[in-house]
Ligand binder design. Sequence first.
Ligand SMILES: [Zn+2]
Length: 315
Amino acid sequence: MISRYFQHTLAVNLTFVGRGLHSGLPVRMTLQPAAPDNGIIFIRRDVPLFQSEIAARWYNVTDTRLSTTISNRFGAKVSTIEHLMAALYVCGIDNARIVLDGPEVPIMDGSAEPFVRMIQQAGTLQQNTERRAIVIRHQVQVEEHGKSASFLPAPVPRIDMTIDFDNAAIGHQELSVPLDRDLLAFDVSAARTFGFQEQIDTLRKLGLAKGGSLQNAVLIGDKGVINQEGLRFEDEFVRHKVLDAVGDLSLAGMIIIGRFMGMCSGHDLNNQVLRQLLAQEDAWFLTTLSGAEEYWAWTQGALQNRENRNDQAAI
Ligand SMILES: [Zn+2]
């Protein structure tokens, strides 16, 4: 019987071929099963073996300009990992080896949907080790230029995202969704990445967005969305920001039992708040997923008992 309390890996190898959004380079990527407690590990097949492994963890994040890049101590890196990481997270994959022959995850259609669809079709395999969880005990927040990201204690993982763009095509959008497998039902995986036409020249000069096209991004110009097919959802932009945050927060390497609140939060703040949280050891504790649920059941029961006692005292 499938239990969400236990770790899962992929049932089979899955291969994706495409181009990197920023590098523009062709890449072949294979997702492979991995042993319990391995987490998600990227492996660059095009660098010497001893330099090739990069763990998908928050402390390996080295660049957050427009996408999330992880590196190891030998300088081997993989960028734009966030949509794939989000897909693995919502599909409940705890352990996998991601073998690729280039520096960037293929962008596919700009969303996580192609990854999610293939993983769901191929199926997952339950492993004999319990899932681990980080339980938030105290609020942790980072702020920068009017943007913020925070974690708050909550019995059920949730993500609240607000975006506010000074652009009529986007404007103000809000979304609140469960930050667990139930997120699949909310269709954030199909929301595509987006960019602004006026920024393209600057980005290309910086060596970014070289592989970007109307096939893998929503492009916004003076008169609104340029893509002929239009948007997939009215609020596709905030949905994509949620998707990015799910991928970035999955770099904790375990389920976070708490509420994430992002105010215009992007890759940089998502990583900063995770670093801040994990550095502040009194703000959380480590347990299993079943342990986290027991803790909250106990906490809520204790609160209920205290209220009952107060009620009786009032009578
Ligand atoms: Zn994205």
